[in-house]
Design a protein around this ligand. Structure first.
Ligand code: PLP
Length: 357
């Protein structure tokens, strides 16, 4: 079997990560939505999450959600990117719930749902500081009052997102702000909010150390289940697997060369002017993988003594002078992935997916 540049996906490790996260969160009254956008909602991975105890799914891409529905996933699915006005009909048809911040869109969702005789769930996003989606806290109660008057939607809860754009960390302080909004909104609209959604993987640390405010009852988790990491905190979660995804690719050249290119310098193939440090003669390998396959900043050599020097569209160049083992043409080199590496390798049509249990 030809297996150059394949992503080896360990379904058992994904299941275990999901199980451990679901269990830890359940002890604190928190339900976990399994977020599927990090791996293009590949169905075998979704099933591994479900085996681990995930009962509800979430994705930012309607295309992924539609594909899951076509494959008969009947779980509740939440749309995690605030809907486009142009897609409200599909949002109603394929999802159970969506996160929202624009009244105009919520009104359109309501009209479409009402015309079909159904109700769509809305989680109103409140921006507590990260400055991506959400209404500002001072506008939240008024927005909620308007939403509850609409016939085709139910205001199921409120949520917030952190650590994505502004790099703002979830803390007891900003999550308590969300809980204050809950009390305020419930008083104003005279109904209880079922869901208080306190973020993604970056909120897991608060669950781990027991400091997540009581009342937060949902987290939307992708990275933690898949990679066992928390990029926002720069944290490798010690009770999760970090190697459920391994990218293996074939070595196509091994040679000792100078560390500074020879000749007159122009730009590289991506228009950048490269800079080099002279480290003398180094043993280098080229592997059959490039920027066209994957975001190379998302690759982490499993052998810590191997260093990525750079790459072009189809070649990745690594320094293997200090490599632990023998490096030979025709062998496979293995990389772990960060979130960018995961996103791009799962979505890449050049990288074959190979599953192990
Ligand atoms: C992607 C996303 C998540 C999941 O984030 P992870 O860091 O992968 O856990 C949660 N909420 C929203 C709104 C998202 O877009």
């Amino acid at each position: 079997m030809e297996l150059s540049s394949h992503l080896e996906i360990n379904l058992g490790k994904i299941e275990e990560n999901a199980f451990r996260i679901v269990e830890k969160c359940a002890k604190q009254g928190i339900e976990v939505l399994g977020v599927t956008k990090g791996f293009s909602a590949l169905p075998r991975i979704v099933r591994a999450m479900i085996r681990g105890g995930i009962t509800k799914l979430a994705d930012a891409r309607l295309e992924n959600i539609i594909s899951l529905r076509k494959q008969h996933f009947t779980q509740s699915i939440t749309l995690l990117r605030i809907p486009r006005l142009s897609t409200v009909e599909k949002v109603i048809a394929f999802t159970d719930c969506s996160i929202n911040s624009e009244y105009e869109v919520i009104k359109a969702l309501s009209e479409k749902a009402a015309s079909k005789g159904i109700r769509h769930s809305i989680v109103l996003m409140i921006d507590v500081g990260d400055l991506r989606e959400g209404v500002l806290p001072e506008d939240a109660a008024e927005a909620a009052e308007k939403i509850v008057r609409l016939p085709g939607v139910t205001l199921s809860g409120i949520g917030t997102n952190m650590g994505c754009y502004g790099g703002i960390l979830p803390t007891a302080h900003n999550l308590n702000l969300l809980l204050e909004m809950k009390t305020d909104i419930e008083r104003r609209v005279g109904a209880e909010l079922e869901i208080i959604s306190g973020g993604g993987t970056s909120s897991l640390k608060l669950v781990e150390d027991g400091s997540i405010p009581k009342g937060i009852n949902q987290l939307r988790i992708g990275e933690g289940i898949l990679l066992g990491t928390d990029t926002t905190h720069g944290y490798q979660v010690p009770w999760l697997h970090q190697d459920a995804f391994l990218l293996r690719t074939e070595i196509i050249e091994v040679k000792t060369k100078p560390s500074v290119p020879i000749g007159v310098t122009g730009h590289d193939s991506f228009g950048n002017r490269p800079v080099f440090v002279d480290r003398g003669l180094r043993k280098r390998a080229i592997v059959a993988l490039g920027k066209q396959d994957v975001n190379i900043e998302g690759l982490i050599p499993v052998d810590k003594n191997i260093h990525i020097l750079g790459g072009s569209s189809d070649h990745l160049i690594v320094d293997v002078t200090d490599a632990a083992g023998e490096i030979s043409v025709g062998d496979l080199m293995t990389f772990k992935l960060n979130y960018q590496g995961l996103l791009t390798s799962c979505g890449s049509r050049y990288i074959k997916k190979f599953y192990i249990q």
